[in-house]
Design a binder for this molecule. Structure first.
Ligand SMILES: [Zn+2]
Length: 154
């Protein structure tokens, strides 16, 4: 799913005023961390390649490895365990990260498919790439807007 909607989902789920900004940021992290690497490595050419799909069709090896680490349950579960031990009140922020991984499973395919147990396993589901199937994004954003309207009007 698109990175912005992951942030919106994080903010939608964690409605605490004190944590909502952090929740949005944590929801973005699995896509944000590889993107920061892409910007560091390629500067503005990274965005140009993203918009013309050349990068999406043929990502650099280091980028895809980082992307898969960020979309694996293993590193986030280790971090969540450490957070639970030393700062348990912040553990709730792991929820947007886990939701990001969950939403990416049916909305990515091929090289971008979510490998939940990377690097131990390459197992993945062939979903529908959200950028190739506009109805996926439409349904996702409709759900985000509907849930927020429900919470803000009750
Ligand atoms: Zn993602």
């Amino acid at each position: 799913m698109d990175a912005v909607s992951h942030g919106a989902w994080g903010a939608t789920l964690i409605r605490s005023r004190a944590l909502v900004g952090w929740a949005a940021l944590v929801g973005l992290l699995p896509d944000l961390l590889p993107a920061l690497y892409g910007v560091y490595r390629y500067r503005w050419a990274f965005f140009k390649d993203m918009t013309n799909q050349s990068f999406a069709n043929n990502p650099e090896h280091t980028y895809i490895i980082l992307y898969r680490w960020c979309h694996s349950l293993i590193p986030i579960s280790i971090l969540t365990g450490i957070t639970l031990a030393f700062a348990p009140s912040w553990t709730v922020l792991a929820i947007p990260y886990y939701l990001h991984l969950l939403l990416d499973i049916p909305t990515h395919q091929g090289i971008w498919a979510t490998r939940l147990f990377y690097p131990l396993s390459d197992a993945h589901v062939e979903g529908w790439d959200w950028w190739r199937h506009p109805w996926v994004s439409f349904g996702n954003w409709t759900a985000i807007i509907a849930i927020n309207i429900f919470f803000f009007t009750r």
